[in-house]
Design a protein around this ligand. Structure first.
Ligand SMILES: Nc1ncnc2c1ncn2[C@@H]1O[C@H](COP(=O)(O)OP(=O)(O)OP(=O)(O)O)[C@@H](O)[C@H]1O
Ligand SMILES: [Mg+2]
Length: 234
């Protein structure tokens, strides 16, 4: 599904060269649910931005569904992102004065879908995330957890192949965070590929595979241990 080969992303800040990503190679298979952890500044967000072709790498190759997307120009990248990639941000990134349904329908506007179909698809997805009764509410009229569910619905509207989430529960209380994780788990069970950054060990354990970053490099990549149920001895 996704493959990075020797990918680096450097930033020049004055005299300082910051190696936000330093020669990273990794592969994510179709249907995997991967969590990314690591200290602040270790390159997690940079990794998501580069892997989701939002930001261009300084060097290296990126393949999405066997296509070398690191060769694409800006227009090709925007098209591909709209069609194949869903991105969920820590701070929701919704349009403030726009209703939930219009926020969710927005990606369809660029893909040339009829207005009536935009509305019906946006409604259907909002119902799926439990917001069928909040279609006309603006973000200010919704709780943080509800806003993040609108953002998830927006990320799903074009039925992307892969979903990236950068600390999707970071701004939420634990109950709303659990609701968001349950939605992501459900999407994983439906076969979606998910790559999620988190600071919280409890959240990371929802994923079947964990990758740990440090200083722009992957230092660990392992399967999450199953939570053991107690053995009955008698
Ligand atoms: N646009 C930029 N210009 C210059 N340096 C940047 C830029 N974006 C990120 N960096 C630097 O790259 C490094 C990695 O940043 P990144 O945001 O990927 O870290 P992170 O692991 O997501 O941290 P956090 O957990 O705090 O979100 C940091 O040293 C950061 O200062
Ligand atoms: Mg970050």
């Amino acid at each position: 599904m996704l493959k990075l080969l020797n990918v680096s992303k450097h930033y020049q800040l004055g005299n300082n060269l910051i190696k936000a990503l330093n020669n990273v190679s990794v592969e994510v298979k179709e249907g995997e649910f991967v969590s990314i952890m690591g200290p602040s500044g270790s390159g997690k967000s940079t990794f998501l931005q580069v892997a989701s072709i939002l930001a261009e790498p300084t060097s290296g190759q990126i393949f999405l569904k066997e296509k070398e997307v690191s060769l694409y120009n800006e227009i090709e990248r925007a098209k591909l992102r709209n069609k194949e990639i869903g991105f969920i941000f820590q701070s929701f990134n919704l349009l403030a004065r726009t209703s939930a349904i219009d926020n969710v329908a927005l990606p369809l506007v660029y893909s040339g879908v009829k207005h009536s179909e935009q509305v019906s698809r946006a409604k259907e997805i909002l119902e799926k995330v439990g917001l069928g009764d909040r279609l006309d509410n603006t973000p200010a009229q919704l709780s943080g957890g509800q806003q993040q569910r609108v953002a998830i619905a927006r990320a799903l509207i074009n039925d992307p192949s892969i979903i990236f989430a950068d600390e999707p529960t970071g701004n939420l209380d634990s109950k709303s965070g659990d609701e968001i994780m349950n939605i992501l788990l459900k999407l994983h069970k439906e076969g979606k590929t998910i790559v999620m950054v988190t600071h919280e060990e409890d959240i990371a354990r929802f994923a079947k595979r964990q990758i740990i970053f440090r200083d722009g490099q992957i230092i660990k990549d392992f399967k999450t241990k199953k939570v053991r149920t107690k053995q009955k001895n008698k």
